[in-house]
Design a protein around this ligand. Sequence first.
Ligand SMILES: Nc1ncnc2c1ncn2[C@@H]1O[C@H](COP(=O)(O)OP(=O)(O)OP(=O)(O)O)[C@@H](O)[C@H]1O
Ligand SMILES: [Mg+2]
Length: 299
Amino acid sequence: MYVISITGVSSDVHHGTYKKDLTKPETIQIAIKSLKLSYNKAETLKEIKLLNSCKHSNIVTFIGWMESSESHPICIITEFMASGDLATYLSKPDNLLLLSTTFSYIFQVLDAMIYLSHKHILHRDLAARNCLLNENYKILKINDFGLSREMDMNYEYISEENPRLPFRWLPLEALLPTSSQYKIFTFKGDIWSFGILIWEIFERGTNLYNGLNLPDLISFLQKGQRLSCPKQCPIELYTIMLECWDENPENRPIFDVLQNVIKEVYGQIEPDKLDIPVKLDDSLDEGYESPSQSILQIS
Ligand SMILES: Nc1ncnc2c1ncn2[C@@H]1O[C@H](COP(=O)(O)OP(=O)(O)OP(=O)(O)O)[C@@H](O)[C@H]1O
Ligand SMILES: [Mg+2]
């Protein structure tokens, strides 16, 4: 690999150019992500092999890996997605998002997740920030799956200090303290996160649970309360999201079933409604119902 230029996109993802054949002028744009968390190298290399085996049109293409400095020992190199992540895209009010596009994104995520689940690969960090868009915003690819995430499940990692850490996307069972160092996360955890991702799309990146902290979130969820239905989300789709957030992981649907039922919901939408823009509404800042007010109960 020949990196011609590296300019910072964020603290740990850089943008570069890759020339497969040095004798030819063709280059491709790449993203170089340095893994900052402490990790087990053998495990990480195993995961990298797995990443390399995933070829799907809705999964960011893995290109390679390299060892760099001591502070960022392993870098993962993938294709570069020109329009960046979905969360940032959704949060900009000027970006047009049609109802048809929300469903297109949901179906693309489902295609990728069905592929991964059939390969028995957990994502463990499914969220709008880990969905990337191509230059014309039509193609969505999921990113950052499966990477030695054991550390992510550490209670310390899901602490309050860093608001970008993913506890608000995690299922209830992964938030509860256990005697083990690691939190419980199964395929049904990805289903919970998928429900949150649909909510993020319809709320266009509004602050999830309005910033509820970890202990309050646990008690909110344990009482059977859940995120409320986004204003422009079809109620039938919200019913499916609630199934994804069932306290009992066994009761949550699998991705294959979700694809069928969401297709049915989509098929029932009147064609002229599909062109309605899903707006970022400031009045929807309250992205959850406060524990004392919520009437949403799940048995
Ligand atoms: N392949 C890529 N192409 C284009 N931009 C990328 C790519 N990978 C990451 N980025 C950009 O870099 C940002 C930071 O990515 P990073 O994975 O470090 O953090 P995150 O996605 O916010 O959190 P996390 O992955 O830990 O849940 C992303 O939000 C995205 O905008
Ligand atoms: Mg990411």
